[in-house]
Design a binder for this molecule. Structure first.
Ligand SMILES: *[C@@H]1O[C@H](CO)[C@@H](O)[C@H](O)[C@H]1NC(C)=O
Length: 325
């Protein structure tokens, strides 16, 4: 795999003009903009690059009118969003993660429309989009999942002919949305950073695909080489209402319909919230607080305490936060 360079823009939506009854709004970004991920028309590869410590306005697409976004998702060095059900991305396209072959191996510092020609739902609005580190995924109107960008660890849910799914080198890119194999109908999707993706069905069943070395597929398996390019069911029979796939080595957290948070994947520094961690990863003075030598969970494990949450986000940093009900 090419050297990962992370450092995304932070994004937010401003409210539409007060007089407007339309949902959504203008997109603003702040942070690093070296690969155009601020969407303000600027980029910069030189030392220091382009960055902005204050929010900047995301431009209209070339030759188009200003977009009113409903949702945004910030990835490694790109951002994707939906405007009236139409998917747009901007920033780095080094792996095809903008879904636009024209900018392949390049970048776009303004929103470009994701190629939607092959989507099953045709021109119907796209309900969900998620930006991962080097890939993006979306759902079509029928709930089928599509991914594009880097396919390391088969996180796109597709098999590129001739590609060794577990080999960390080679050509792994898909520049237009590619249908996830054996995709059930999904209601939500979250692109994990780097090498895996998870999604929820309407009924709240979780499925994951990509690399499962650290148990992040939740399918009861872990170990070097464990990967799946077809969605596998997360074990435990939970009915989840929200899910977020997170950090590099793989943590996924989800909230069930009773507000209980569950996590699976790596827990070396306590990310699983189950009271355990891996002392080998800690400085000596902290070792006493951790009990395990290789803590991970390949099935959902309950976050301890009597917290009732409505949402959870699993960050790139080893830190989990939930918003209490
Ligand atoms: C799976 O994880 C457990 C717990 O960390 C570990 O003991 C076991 O060796 C792992 N399995 C494989 C095949 O690596």
């Amino acid at each position: 795999m090419r050297a990962p360079v992370l450092g995304s823009a932070l994004v937010a939506l401003t409210l539409a003009a007060a007089a407007s009854a339309e949902p959504g709004g203008a997109a603003i970004c702040w942070g690093l903009g070296n690969a155009g991920q601020l969407g303000d028309g600027r980029s910069g590869d030189t030392a220091g690059g382009h960055f902005s410590p204050v929010p900047v306005q995301v431009l209209a697409p070339a030759g188009g009118v200003a977009l009113q976004f409903d949702t945004l998702s910030a990835g490694g060095m790109h951002v994707c969003g939906l405007a009236a059900g139409r998917p747009f991305c901007w920033g780095s396209n080094g792996y095809g993660q903008l879904g636009v072959p024209k900018y392949y191996s390049g970048m776009s510092a303004a929103p470009v429309p994701v190629t939607t020609d092959g989507l099953g739902g045709g021109a119907a609005p796209v309900p969900r989009i998620a930006a991962g580190s080097f890939h993006s995924c979306l759902l079509d109107a029928e709930g089928a999942a599509y991914c594009f960008g880097h396919n390391y660890g088969s996180m796109l849910g597709t098999r590129i002919p001739g590609e060794d799914q577990n080999e960390a080198s080679g050509s792994f890119e898909v520049a237009t949305p590619s249908r996830v194999l054996s995709s059930p109908s999904f209601a939500d999707i979250s692109g994990g950073l780097v090498d895996y993706t998870c999604a929820l069905t309407e009924e709240g069943a979780a499925y994951c695909w990509g690399t499962g070395e650290y148990g992040q597929l939740g399918d009861g398996r872990n170990g070097t080489g464990h990967a799946s390019w077809e969605p596998v069911a997360v074990l435990g029979g939970h009915r989840f209402v929200a899910l977020d796939a997170g950090s590099t080595h793989g943590v996924v957290c989800a909230v069930d319909d009773g507000g209980q948070v569950w996590c699976w994947g790596t827990g070396s520094t306590g990310e699983l919230g189950d009271g355990r961690c891996n002392f080998e990863d800690f400085y000596e003075e902290r070792a006493a607080r951790c009990s395990d030598s290789a803590h991970l969970s390949n099935t959902p494990t309950a976050v301890v305490g009597n917290h009732r949450c409505q949402t959870v986000t699993a960050g790139y940093a080893m830190h989990k936060t939930g918003r209490q009900k």
